[in-house]
Design a protein around this ligand. Structure first.
Ligand SMILES: [Zn+2]
Length: 154
């Protein structure tokens, strides 16, 4: 990295620190030529995967919509608005760091459910009923049995 003060081509890294929540690395550098110090911020260029609907259309991930869906699913359950926010945030982070170009909406629903099951089974069941499009009640029952079992294991 070139020195921004004297254009010396070779500067030294004095310190580097990972800023986890931003997927970034902050470095403190100094120039051996002019002695000045400066910082750099390196950020990973991550792209949010697009969500592919059941109609095969691609659309951007909509955090507000997920929040609304979760709020609807959380009605009468013990899920707090903070837990909803946390679920949205974690889902967003998982999508962001998945490195995938797109994600089918069913896989997104599974991702959300995995998080929800950890927080509130009742809200998860309601979310699944609304978003997983089960063909018949026994599919739903077997999904539920599996999900609860996986949840206990984790
Ligand atoms: Zn310099």
């Amino acid at each position: 990295m070139k020195c921004p003060f004297c254009a010396h081509p070779d500067t030294r890294v004095a310190d580097s620190r990972l800023i986890e929540e931003r997927n970034a690395v902050r470095r403190r550098r100094h120039c051996p030529n002019c002695g000045k110090r400066f910082g750099t911020l390196e950020t990973a260029e991550l792209k949010m995967p697009a969500v592919i609907g059941t109609d095969k259309k691609r659309s951007p991930f909509n955090a507000q919509r997920l929040r609304n869906d979760l709020t609807a699913a959380a009605r009468k359950s013990a899920l707090t608005p903070e837990q909803i926010d946390e679920t949205v945030r974690l889902t967003e982070h998982r999508l962001y760091t998945s490195g995938q170009r797109d994600i089918p909406s069913a896989a997104l629903a599974d991702m959300v459910l995995k998080e929800l099951l950890r927080q509130d089974t009742e809200a998860a069941v309601r979310f699944a009923a609304l978003h997983k499009h089960f063909d018949n009640p026994s599919d739903f029952a077997s999904w539920l049995a599996q999900a609860v079992k996986t949840d206990r294991k984790a």
